[in-house]
Design a protein around this ligand. Structure first.
Ligand SMILES: Cc1ncc(COP(=O)(O)O)c(C=O)c1O
Length: 372
């Protein structure tokens, strides 16, 4: 059996164990603990100008962000169409109404023009969820301005983009509320976890309150609101603290992977890389390609060929407007045909694991190029 070349798996740097050991030595396994407080501070410092709540997942962070935005039954939430289902599932937890917004070609993220069109149709929209897909920042300034003009709360889903910047400002800090994920396939991991970010400390305090079963400040167990068990454990936060020490190295490694693919594919007229606008720096969490319209080779052909060699690729996220579960929802595009549907049809994600050797990556490139 050939050695597996994975898409993106956890990469430990060795320091995580000392944080875990410290948690064991002090019997701070759970709940919460000093690593959680420190991890929140460290992430908040990294992003800059924000407060942070460490949670059990990025999905939990989106859920609490929606609650903080006051989203409830029947409220309209505009969400990027080309994303992972975790971006919008929490809209359904609150029995609100998702409306999906098409992407633009330049970043593959929410198209501000389509967002404007959606506000024209849904002027009472409560919140907007914009995503930085595969690490590439969305046009967050333009999106934030549109949200402000319409009085909607912007939730920035930066689950995939920790360390990416837009005109030198860290993603996660552009929305009224930002969220991160430390899921196992992300650029750094806590095994599973997420973070809610907000420059309003009272919102972060409220998120922590909801995340710990909404316990009122009373001696007995009293609850005036519905609560959740959404906090991060001290062990997971310890792993995160260790991982954070090599975040910048991981970004450099992922950038190198992207540049190597770009050098191999840019000279081929049927293959282009996922675009990264010039005013931003991506963390290049996943490198993707898109094939020319009418290419004789399809993304499925490539994925199947890679699988034969024990190499893991992935389709582009299937847009939410194409998901059976969300088929009843409205979808807004400002183009004659959907940009996101087209990217899904012609694109794919390539192995982007930082443990992949140069030789392995060259093999991936050669296999793909040989197919044309
Ligand atoms: C765009 C996006 N949003 C949200 C999430 C949810 O994060 P988590 O898996 O930590 O719940 C993920 C990753 O899984 C994601 O890729």
């Amino acid at each position: 059996m050939k050695t597996r070349i994975p898409l993106s798996t956890p990469t430990m740097n060795g320091t995580e164990m000392s944080f875990i050991q410290e948690a064991f030595d002090t019997n701070w396994i759970a709940p919460l603990g000093p690593h959680v407080d420190a991890f929140e501070r460290e992430i908040a410092d990294y992003i800059g100008g924000t407060h942070a709540a460490a949670l059990s997942s990025g999905t939990a962070a989106i859920h609490l962000a929606l609650k903080a935005a006051g989203v409830g039954p029947g409220d309209v939430v505009l969400c990027q169409d080309l994303t992972f289902a975790a971006s919008c599932n929490p809209i359904m937890y609150e029995k609100a109404v998702p409306v999906f917004i098409d992407s633009e070609r330049q970043s593959w993220n929410m198209y501000p023009k389509a967002l404007e069109a959606a506000f024209a149709k849904y002027p009472h929209t409560k919140a907007v969820i914009a995503v930085n897909l595969y690490g590439t920042p969305a046009k967050l300034d333009a999106i934030a301005e549109i949200c402000r003009a319409h009085g909607a709360v912007l939730i920035e889903d930066a689950a995939e983009s920790l360390g990416s910047t837009l005109h030198a400002k860290q993603t996660g800090g552009f929305g009224d509320i930002g969220i991160l994920s430390f899921n196992g396939n992300k650029i750094i991991t806590t095994s599973g976890g997420g973070m809610l970010l907000c420059n309003d400390e009272s919102i972060v305090k409220k998120a922590k309150f909801w995340a710990t079963q909404a316990r009122d400040a009373a001696r007995h167990y009293q609850h005036s609101e519905l609560g959740y068990n959404y906090r991060m454990s001290n062990i997971c936060a310890g792993i995160g603290r260790g991982q954070l020490t090599t975040l910048d190295l991981r970004i450099a490694q992922k950038t190198n992977i992207y540049n190597t693919y770009a050098a191999a594919f840019n000279k081929h007229d049927q293959i282009s890389m996922n675009p990264v606008p010039t005013n931003c720096k991506s963390n290049y969490w996943l490198s993707c390609i898109i094939l020319e319209d009418g290419s004789p080779v399809t993304p499925t052909d490539i994925l199947e060929r890679l699988e034969q060699e024990n190499i893991e690729g992935r389709p582009i996220w299937k847009p939410m407007s194409l998901q059976p579960y969300y088929r009843h929802c409205d979808f807004i595009t400002s183009e004659p045909t959907s940009v996101g549907h087209d990217i899904f049809a012609r694109g794919l994600c390539l192995p982007s694991d930082v443990k992949m050797t140069g030789k392995q990556q060259n093999l991936v490139c050669d296999i793909i190029l040989d197919m044309f």
